[in-house]
Design a binder for this molecule. Structure first.
Ligand code: MRU
Ligand code: ZN
Length: 210
């Protein structure tokens, strides 16, 4: 019987899925300079999350740790992501959320700067809007929020909660920083992440032509 408050086999499973998928995202150049962080829900009370400061393209199982839903490390003295609260707030708020992905792609970072003033990126008329769960047509529009960057995660988390009180979200940008996207599992979270990346790139291209 394990002395741990969670199933180590479940941690190993989550770590394996996270590492494989993060490596793929890193190979696209979306996790430069140890940036980005990733997590998966393990059970009702625990989350597997990347250890802070690691090269996300070269993770090993030891680089995935456990936190509780308040973001506190569990049975470890490792330091979780600096942005842990931005992950755990989603798991606490949405019992169905199983995976949270945060990346720093060039497209996400440039778009966050360009649209910070507006406070959102307006995405309308794209077929790929159907990639966001619940959307069934291109004849719709979504507003991807852009939050001011901060090193105070409680401030950022409070702003995210305020946004979530007002609308359905599948992700948000942080100015000069990157993108958060989530879903019920890794596949859905990646679909949302990749859709935002593509749609932001499309908006940047169209902006050049205007
Ligand atoms: C190395 S700069 C990027 C960090 O400040 C942060 O934004 C980030 O995404 C990674 O932080 P981490 O603590 O490694 O999870
Ligand atoms: Zn970041």
């Amino acid at each position: 019987m394990s002395a741990l408050p969670y199933d180590p086999a479940r941690l190993a499973h989550c770590a394996g899925e996270l590492i494989v998928n993060i490596r793929e995202l890193s190979e696209r150049g979306w996790t430069p300079a140890t940036s980005s962080n990733f997590s998966q829900r393990m059970d009702e009370r625990h989350v597997a999350i990347t250890v802070s400061g690691r090269d996300k393209g070269r993770l090993v199982e030891d680089d995935i740790m456990v936190v509780d839903l308040d973001g506190r490390p569990v049975a470890t003295d490792k330091k979780s992501s600096a942005e842990t609260l931005l992950h755990t707030q989603l798991y606490k708020r949405f019992p169905e959320t199983g995976c949270v992905l945060h990346t720093h792609s060039l497209v996400q970072t440039v778009a966050s700067r360009l649209y910070a003033g507006a406070g959102h990126v307006h995405l309308e008329g794209y077929e790929l809007l159907k990639a966001f769960t619940g959307n069934t047509t291109h004849e719709t529009a979504i507003e991807l929020p852009v939050l001011p960057n901060s090193q105070d995660m409680s401030t950022l988390a409070a702003q995210v909660d305020c946004l979530l009180d007002q609308q359905t979200l599948w992700g948000y940008l942080i100015d000069g920083h990157g993108l958060y996207a989530w879903g019920r599992d890794m596949a859905e979270a990646r679909r949302h992440l990749e859709a935002f990346e593509f749609l932001l790139a499309a908006e940047l291209e169209l902006r050049k032509l205007r």
